[in-house]
Design a protein around this ligand. Structure first.
Ligand SMILES: Cc1ncc(COP(=O)(O)O)c(C=O)c1O
Length: 473
């Protein structure tokens, strides 16, 4: 049996064939079934075996080469990259399965270890340990400790404009858990498909599909999600990132906010607001408040410390419409018995003491400088490219001129020791998407950003010349 018998494509699945091939190869590499150096069949051979057109396989291989999973070796075809090491487990909502060693890591979502407030966290944690009574060591309340929920309700109100009460707040292990819980609750409300922004976090789209719900992609423009297109999907739930759309950075405009809320009320629908980086607004003007404040009875608001503190804490929160608290707690009681109490108490202490606000102020100041360095470096070294959306969070979406081959650029960049992701994987139809890069700029020091983008510029210059005038969509 040829090894590629492992690859099975289904025309019924709704997932593009290219993505199916990529997904299988990645999974086999991650689990160690496909070892470094393993030779893959030629694109012609695999296309023939699978009964798909050769361009589908070429595109899948190209993307895997761009992401560093495979390498094209002159004269001996395509192989599993020599430097990859199998991940201990197959990732689901993560983007960290296998990563080559490079000088500049411009991926978004990588750990910001150096910026973590160790001293303040240690003091808050120590205090939580000292003040905990024996009852705190019992199973925690499912939705979180009362003390934390009180602090969070206050914080979310003053910092994000969220209208909630401690009773409607639920502590969770990151937004990932929140999404998993919601995906279990929604079918019970007669909802089996969820509208999602297109582009969006591709792991979220995959995850939703894997748990048996059907994602419905809805286009995003510079004002955020297209609500008229959303209404046409017939969905009764939508997952959105209104403050800073992931990945394009667009902020949902006032009129679109009104329209989205109207849609939810008219269709008895739910809005899931993923406010993943809402506390890291870097623009000078007022930051957009949470969408939730316009319709607390229709919007499930979710936040996380993954961007502001560290993803390793696995900590986040929901502010839930009263109608959904019961169903969410029921589902949760069947899956886990609550979140780690000391993280909750330490975070409550961080909020109470004002250290979290001070930490955010420091982060914003630090990231503003790095973001300005990125803006400058993009203008200088990537002519014709432009950053879209608002300056916020840990990443920027860099739209490239149409002539640029995104995969080729990512591959060449890797050759110059720059690890950066393209924008295409975030699109429901990657083959139709305009070329882009998703650049994480906060894990690299300010001076490194210019150097990293200069190296990227070297790869960019080597792109074939445009046939006509350069267009930037
Ligand atoms: C769009 C988006 N939502 C949410 C999250 C955070 O998820 P979690 O809180 O599970 O770490 C991320 C982190 O990468 C993200 O990019």
């Amino acid at each position: 049996m040829a090894w590629h018998a492992l690859i099975d494509v289904s025309r019924e699945s709704g997932e593009p064939l290219t993505a199916q091939i990529q997904g299988t190869i990645k999974a086999e590499i991650s689990t160690g079934v496909l070892r470094p150096g393993t030779r893959l069949p030629s694109s012609r051979q695999l296309a023939e075996d699978l009964g798909v057109s050769r361009s589908v396989v070429v595109e899948a291989y190209g993307q895997l080469i761009a992401e560093g999973y495979l390498e094209a070796v002159q004269g001996s075809g395509t192989r599993v990259a020599a430097h990859v090491t199998p991940a201990p487990a197959v990732p689901t909502l993560l983007d960290n399965g296998v990563a080559p060693q490079v000088r500049w890591d411009l991926r978004t979502g990588t750990a910001q270890g150096a910026d973590f407030p160790h001293r303040e966290w240690l003091a808050a944690y120590q205090r939580a340990l000292q003040s905990a009574d024996p009852y705190d060591l019992d199973y925690p309340p499912l939705s979180g400790s009362g003390e934390l929920r009180e602090e969070l309700a206050q914080y979310l109100g003053r910092a994000r404009g969220v209208r909630t009460t401690p009773g409607q707040v639920m502590a969770v292990s990151g937004f990932a858990q929140a999404l998993a819980l919601l995906c279990t609750v929604l079918p019970g409300l007669g909802i089996d498909h969820i509208a999602m922004e297109d582009p969006c976090h591709h792991r979220q789209r995959q995850f939703i599909q894997e748990v048996g719900l059907r994602p419905r992609p809805v286009p995003v423009d510079e004002e955020g999600i297209d609500v008229a297109a959303l209404a046409r999907t017939g969905a009764r739930a939508v997952l959105v990132t209104p403050a800073h759309q992931f990945p394009t950075g667009a902020t949902l405009s006032g009129p679109r906010r009104e329209a989205l809320v109207r849609w939810a009320r008219e269709h008895d629908a739910w809005i899931i607001e993923d406010d993943y980086d809402g506390d890291l607004w870097l623009e000078r003007g007022a930051r957009p408040a949470a969408l939730q404040r316009l319709a607390p009875e229709r919007v499930v608001y979710g936040g996380t410390v993954s961007k502001s503190l560290a993803p390793g804490l696995r900590f986040g929160w929901l502010a839930v419409p009263p109608q959904l608290i019961g169903p969410l707690e029921r589902v949760r009681s069947q899956r886990d018995l609550g979140s780690d109490i000391f993280t909750q108490l330490a975070f409550a202490e961080l909020l109470r003491s004002g250290h979290f606000d001070r930490h955010l102020r420091r982060q914003r100041a630090r990231y503003r400088v790095r973001r300005a360095a990125l803006d400058q470096a993009v203008r200088r070294y990537l002519p014709g490219a432009r950053i879209t959306g608002a300056a916020a969070g840990l990443h920027a979406y860099v739209r490239l001129p149409h002539r640029v081959d995104e995969n080729a650029l990512v591959t060449r960049a890797l050759g110059r020791s720059v690890l950066v992701r393209g924008g295409r994987p975030h699109h429901a139809h990657p083959e139709r998407a305009a070329p882009a890069l998703v650049v994480g700029y906060t894990a690299v020091p300010r001076t490194g950003i210019a150097e990293a983008v200069r190296a990227l510029g070297g790869a960019y210059e080597r792109q074939p010349a445009a046939a006509g005038p350069m267009r930037c969509a």
